[in-house]
Ligand binder design. Sequence first.
Ligand SMILES: [Zn+2]
Length: 231
Amino acid sequence: MKAAITGLNNEALAIEVERYAEAQLPLAIGLFNVLVYRSLPDLTEHLVIAKGQLNEGTPPFLRVHSECFTGEVLGSLRCDCKSQLDLALETIMAEERGLVIYLRNHEGRGIGLGNKIRAYQLQDSAGMDTLEANHALGFPDDLRTFSVAVQILKALQISQVRLNTNNPAKVVALESQGIVVTELIPSLSVPNPHNRKYLQTKFSELGHHLEALFEKSRKIPDSPPREGPCR
Ligand SMILES: [Zn+2]
């Protein structure tokens, strides 16, 4: 669990965001609203993919999602990013309410796309896991920060959320900056032969809540569970 919190870079709330664009966005699974927030001063554009009234009534479903080009654009099987994003959007459609905050510049837990590919090469050639490869490249476990997500939530006047994550560091990041997490909703995708070691490392080294995918031996079972709670 120590490693999970190591990645929490507790930057002050110096980051500001401005709403830059908003439109409807029809997806294959249904109609969403998409909002673009620019973080200042670097003008990085982050997305909110949302549905329904979010700042009244019961806390909305929220996923704070990190950009992954290889997974989400190319369909890479080395990680579970795309299936986690798809599951979140499907849940929002089913509930007709909720949001995904899609954070840019979060590739490879913040090390960038090129370094993520370098880490993949080390995993293949030297048998390293995702953390060992990051360390070999001179990076910590996790370089991501979540202050932009907090600022976006505050701009949307959302103070309580039902958080869709397996990552305890995200809960700490949000709650330490004033967002109340009223419920934790795990995101359980079906493992494949290419991402089993990655998921195992997330579970055993980063403290992610992937217990349902693992036996007591903390090994990934050969047969994945038939369904996750988000389906
Ligand atoms: Zn990914």
